[in-house]
Write a protein that binds this ligand. Structure first.
Ligand code: NAD
Ligand code: IPM
Ligand code: MN
Length: 359
């Protein structure tokens, strides 16, 4: 089999607890499906590194990471000691930008064994992708402050949309929709209130739609779209949105499927000029960190997405099947966020046993 070189960055909080479970499952997948993973761990992008160095990353982080086939990432953020915008702009957001990971791919799926907070929803009712623009949009450092410290204090931050940036995320989303049975794409907009960037987004959606006659396209303003995620999650197949809208929808969607603790994501550079980065959607969860009760499935599902990206499709499917089987057994083998009593490591072990036993 092939050898894949993986940079492992656990980060802060529960990132340090769930990443080892992901690595454990990846190692089991490699031996079961006959390929090699060469892991190298980096102990930066965390609050301890910041306390020692006054920054989140060493100067040469780009050169250190650019040669890896993928980056397996946990979560960053420890707001008690480092302001969130400092830790995130000092690490994860640099990775997304410098490695041009312009697609944030975030599956939302209600799995057997997990209870949706939406009354009466069954597996099959919720099965869609959020495709989030990941390098521009509302996440910009363009702006500033004037009259600081006075009554007239004013802050401004610009949204940046480039034609290249908008078109490439739309193309990815339309291509994805074309591979799905429903071939349905929903665009998240707010062109009624945000009068320059969002009408532009709508125009590019229309232009792209003309090239995909087999894809059914609709759009909702983000406010009612959020409502419809709750009221009609079965309406959605591929949902594409700007950086901020995609961020919000990709916590809301997984919450509708029971817990954000299972939600995975890929930060993908589709052209493969740079390594892609795989991480759970959730953050470092300081409120439960250190207790060994975090749900490891978001991290483990992200591992499956990483293997898919690396071409190990059987192993990727094997991990998902193992996760599905363990969830379906339910009960005590689930972590507390899913109503069970399992520990992070206990659930990780059960998924490993399922994976290695079933193949
Ligand atoms: P969060 O996702 O860390 O936590 C939100 C809530 O969900 C908390 O109650 C938490 O306990 C729970 N939760 C999250 N993941 C869970 C899991 N795997 N199992 C069980 N429960 C889980 O979001 P937050 O509280 O807004 O942010 C905390 C820190 O994480 C902040 O510093 C934030 O900036 C950072 N953050 C980082 C990332 C990332 O690195 N990609 C993503 C989101 C937030
Ligand atoms: C996510 C996170 C990040 C984002 C934060 C931590 C900057 O919420 O990956 O969804 O907003 O992109
Ligand atoms: Mn988020």
């Amino acid at each position: 089999g092939h050898t894949h070189r993986i940079a492992v960055i656990p980060g802060d909080g529960i990132g340090k607890e769930v990443v080892p479970e992901g690595v454990k499952v990846l190692e089991a997948a490699a031996s079961t499906f006959d390929f090699t993973l060469d892991f190298e761990r980096f102990d930066y992008a965390n609050a301890e590194y910041y306390a020692q160095h006054g920054k989140m990353l060493p100067e040469n982080w780009f050169d250190q990471l650019v040669g890896f086939d993928s980056i397996f990432f946990g979560a960053v953020g420890w707001p008690d000691t480092v302001p969130d915008h400092v830790s995130l702009w000092g690490s994860l957001l640099q990775f997304r930008r410098h490695f041009d990971q312009y697609v944030s791919l975030r599956p939302v799926k209600l799995l057997p064994g997990v209870t949706s907070p939406l009354v009466g929803r069954e597996p099959g009712d919720i099965d869609f992708y959020v495709v989030r623009e990941n390098t521009e949009g509302e996440y910009s450092s363009v702006g500033g402050k004037i009259f600081e410290g006075t009554e007239r204090e004013t802050v401004m931050q610009e949204t940046v949309m480039t034609r290249t940036g908008v078109d490439r995320i739309l193309k990815y989303a339309f291509d994805l929709a074309q591979t799905r049975p429903k071939k349905h794409l929903t665009s998240a907009t707010k062109s009624n209130g945000i009068s320059i960037s969002m009408p532009y987004w709508d125009t590019r959606v229309e232009a792209m739609a003309a090239r995909y006659e087999d894809v059914r396209v609709d759009k909702f303003h983000i406010d009612i779209l959020a409502a419809n995620f709750v009221l009609h999650p079965d309406w959605f197949d591929v949902v594409v949105g700007s950086n901020l809208f995609g961020d919000i929808l990709s916590d809301l969607g997984p919450a509708c499927t029971g817990t954000i603790g299972i939600a995975p994501s890929g930060n993908i550079n589709p052209e493969r000029r740079f390594p892609s980065l795989f991480e759970p959607v959730h953050g470092s969860a300081p409120d439960i960190a250190g207790r060994g009760i975090a749900n490891p499935i978001g991290q483990i599902w992200s591992a499956s997405m990483m293997l898919e990206h690396l071409g190990e499709t059987e192993a990727a499917a094997g991990i998902l099947d193992a996760v599905g089987a363990v969830l379906a057994r339910g009960g005590a083998s689930l972590t507390p966020d899913m109503g069970g009593q399992a520990t992070t490591a206990g659930l990780g072990d059960e998924i490993v046993t399922q994976l290695t036993g079933e193949s």
